[in-house]
Ligand binder design. Structure first.
Ligand code: AKG
Ligand code: FE2
Length: 299
């Protein structure tokens, strides 16, 4: 039996996605939304070409979650630099912030991962990506996933399978496959879905690989799935645009979380970072006011 999990109503913090005006509402209602032609097919081909050698050189995965006839490659932002445009996609970021920012000071990148589902790979077990944080109930979204197809996604070749509306139920690993739908898409489209939506890669019954890139974002106070500071240590991250440096985690999450030597961790990207620095508060305006009031000072 499925027990409905109470979820608080969600007020969008940012809601300016001009090209996809209903996307946020669709996402929150159904648990997913497809953004058609979110990037050009040219850009998608470029990303595909950059990722291809890495997918070809990487051994197949090991495990019943990752799949045995599946290849995955992480840390794409420097291996395939055009993926930076996926991560910084303005419409996706607007939708993601609207969904996550009510529950955090700033969002962060959770992972980038290319996924090749090879012919004869079985359907991945139904799951939720929010399972990695074992805390229930989650009253609001903790994670937003974006699947960017690099090849056409079809019912036959393993398009991601989604159980629409399942984000409001508890996870049921034996959920009826007949109630799922394949996210059929073309390169350039983007599938945005909630981390609480039950889903899985489909079975690949075709004779060609199905390739896609997952980009996911999570609340800024969570442990990221992919260790971004190993994927992009300062020597690598230094060349990234500042908004990307911030998203991967070189940022403070107020109050005072994620600093380095008491400073904004973006200082670590300076050519000669200082380490003898004072710890400097990074407080939310609310907490700053409360502390002033506590000490009897004017706000
Ligand atoms: O490749 C896909 O379609 C989805 C993969 C997935 O959901 C996962 O690995 O978490
Ligand atoms: Fe997943």
């Amino acid at each position: 039996m499925q027990v409905a999990t109470p979820r608080m109503s969600i007020q969008p913090a940012v809601h300016s996605e001009a090209r996809f005006p209903n996307a946020f509402e669709d996402l929150m209602r159904d648990g997913y939304v497809i953004l058609p032609e979110a990037i050009s097919s040219l850009k998608s081909r470029l990303i595909c070409a950059e990722v291809a050698p890495h997918l070809a050189a990487t051994p197949k995965c090991v495990g019943d979650f990752y799949g045995w006839k599946t290849t995955r490659v992480g840390g794409l932002l420097n291996k395939a630099p055009s993926t930076q445009d996926l991560v910084l996609h303005p419409d996706v970021l607007a939708i993601t912030r609207a969904a996550l920012q009510p529950s955090c000071d700033c969002i962060q990148l959770n992972l980038t991962q290319a996924i090749r589902v090879h012919p004869q790979e079985r359907a991945q077990a139904p799951h939720r990506d929010e399972e990695m944080w074992p805390h229930e109930p989650k009253l609001r979204p903790w994670l937003i996933n974006v699947m960017w197809p690099l090849t056409a996604f079809t019912k036959e070749n393993g398009a991601t399978r989604l159980w629409p509306g399942s984000h409001t139920d508890v996870l049921d690993r034996s959920i009826d496959p007949a109630r799922s739908i394949p996210a059929e898409m073309q390169p350039g489209d983007a599938l945005v879905f909630l981390g609480a939506l039950t889903h899985g890669a489909g079975e690949n019954r075709s004779n060609a690989p199905r390739d896609g890139i997952i980009v996911s974002y999570c609340l800024g106070w969570l442990k990221q799935y992919e260790n971004q500071f190993l994927a992009y240590p300062p020597a690598v991250a230094r060349s990234f645009p500042t908004p990307l440096q911030r998203l991967i985690g070189y940022q403070m999450h107020r109050p005072n979380l994620g600093g380095w030597e008491g400073q904004d961790p973006i200082q670590a990207l300076a050519t000669n970072p200082h380490t003898l620095c004072p710890h400097v508060d990074a407080l939310t305006p609310d907490i700053a006011r409360q502390l002033k009031a506590h000490y009897g000072e004017d706000a």
